[in-house]
Structures are given as C-alpha cells and as structure tokens.
Design a protein around this ligand. Sequence first.
Ligand code: F6P
Length: 364
Amino acid sequence: MALKRVGILTGGGDCSGLNAVIRAVTRAAIIGHNATVVGIVGGFEGLISGQTEELTVKSTRDILTLGGTILGTTNKGNPFEFRELAADGSITVSDQSDRAVEVYKKMGLDCLFVVGGEGTLEIGYRFFKKGISVIGIPKTIDNDLDKTDYTFGYQTAVEVASDALDRLQTTGRSHQRVMILEVMGRTAGWIALESGIAGGAHIILIPEIPYNIDRVVEKIQLRAKGGSPFSIIMVAEGAKEEGGDVITQASASTRLQGVPQLGGVGQYLADQIKKRVDLEVRCTVLGHIQRGGSPCAFDRVLGTRLGSFAVQAAAEGKFGAMVALHTPQMVLVPLSELAGKVRTVPVDSQLIQCAESIGISMGR
Ligand code: F6P
C-alpha cells in the first residue's frame, strides 16, 4: 500500500540510536513513498496533547550520530494509566487512551511507528487493539526484550561500560584497591555480563544469580594471596544477595509511575566487603552515562535497518507487529507474543559458562 502520512514516537527511557531510527523511518517513508512524516513529541504524552513536528530529509540530516531523541520521550506517560501530579502533591490516575486514539485519527495517519522497550511496546499493542495501525521498533540499553537478538542502544551501553572498566582497571591497579562498577539493566544482567567480560572484571554480579558475599570475598582474598590485592567487580543495578532484595531509591519516578528506581547495590556491596577484608574499596555508579552520547556503529546500523524495515512492513500493511533482528535477517514478530515478557540472562547460558571457565566469579 502507498504510505501517505506516517507517525513516529519514541517512548520510555532514551538510548543511543533513537535518532538513527527516526532518520531511517523518515528517509525510507519519503524516498520510497513520498509520504509526510509526523514526529509525535514527548512519547505517548504527545499523542494526548497532539504536539507534533514534521520530519523531513533535511530536518533529520545530521542526527545519525546524535544521542538521545529529537522527539523527546518519557517513561512516565502511559495513556492507559495517566498519572498527573496535582498542586497539593496528590496523584490522579485516569485512562486517556480514547483521547489518544481520537488525536491519532485527527492526525490522519496511515500508521504509527512506536519506538520503545517492553513497557512502550505493550502500550503500543494495547493501542493496536484499539484500532491504531502500530508497528513496534525495539529499543533499550537493557537488551531485555524477547524475540529479537538485540535491541539498539545495548551495544553502545556495553561499549561505555567496558570503557569505564578499562579506566577503573588502571586506577585500581595503581592503588591496589577493590573497584566496583555499578551498571544499569533493570532485572537483566546483559550489560554487566558482556561489559564485565570485555573489561576484564574479576567478579560479575547479575540479577539472575543472587550473590553469596562469602564467595565474593573468597575471590578477592584469593587474588590478594596470589599477590594482587586489586580486584574489579562489575555489578548490575538489579543484582541482589542470596535471600535479599534488590536495592531501590525513593524518587519522583517512583511516585509517578509506581516503578521502583533501582540503584545502590554497588555501595551496599562495598560496605559488605569493607567489613570483611582489610582493603580499600571504592564504588562508581555509571548511571545515565550509559544512555547518552553517540551510538556505536553496530547500533547505527541496527537502528537504520529496523527503521527501514518498519516502513517496508507498514507498506505491506503488517501492523500489530514488532520489527526484530533474527541474525542475519530482519523479521516481524506479533506484538501479542511479547506481552509482559522480559528476556533475562539464562543461568545455564554459554556466556556465563564462558565467564566462569576463565576464572571470573559470578558470586556463587
Ligand atoms: O530501561 C532503561 C533504564 O536505563 C534501566 O536500565 C534503568 O533501571 C532505568 O532505565 C532508569 O530509568 P530512569 O531514566 O527513570 O532513571
């Protein structure tokens, strides 16, 4: 089918490569179909407010390497449970999805490209069931989306985290310290595991394998006895001790979304280690540095392929699906197959076996 007018929004937390997708969708829709491309501003909130900007080949010219999203995003704007903070501090929750569908209809769009992670794509699927012609495009640094080999943004985050580890290696070795790096990933340990291997971590702690502090300390002491009191620990924000809980922080995001903000396990671990070994321990939290900046080449290519394939799928009328990488092909996966599924690191995976086979402790 000929595409005349298409919309695109970016939802959830940002990551590197979003602009590569926006550029690819815009160029493929204009070059292939002479379509008008409507950028919806601020994620799903833009679908409620109707705030848009037209995207053109010219306006997306220099954004391939730009971090973030030129359309803006939010991880707090679910129209089905729209939370608003009143002046008195109270929160009202209402279903604004009908209003969003009305706004979509008024925009006169043939389809809507929804770029996001698991939460955003689930909202996209709910809108598909309400009649919007949705095509999902998978994004997240966490790489925890099912049914695609990789999400864009992930490889860039791994590059950033392994670069940070390289830097901690040199300062840690100079001072003979235990250096801890806390990285993101929610309930999935992909970033910690792959960047930990890439950066030569001695201990990697991921949410999928609750750690035993005695095993962690044993590894540090073993290294110290072998003449190296310096150790590098990579810990995922969602990691937890055996029998313990994830560590979270109170935040505005918690109040607005009801989603706990992870963070703090690195310092918790540092305090645990300090009580048990007579070594200096330091913790670095990498935080949103993993989400910002220019995408690596892999994410530029992946984002471009996903955007281009999404336009092709729209032209074929294949809505209610997510474009995905099943190496080496791009494929379509029904959004219904994704619902509520998060892909974590299988504890019996070859990647974990590989790490342990070369002496990395997984804290068990
Ligand atoms: O899902 C992406 C992610 O960066 C997670 O790794 C992290 O837990 C969360 O978002 C942080 O969210 P916020 O930007 O609200 O702090």
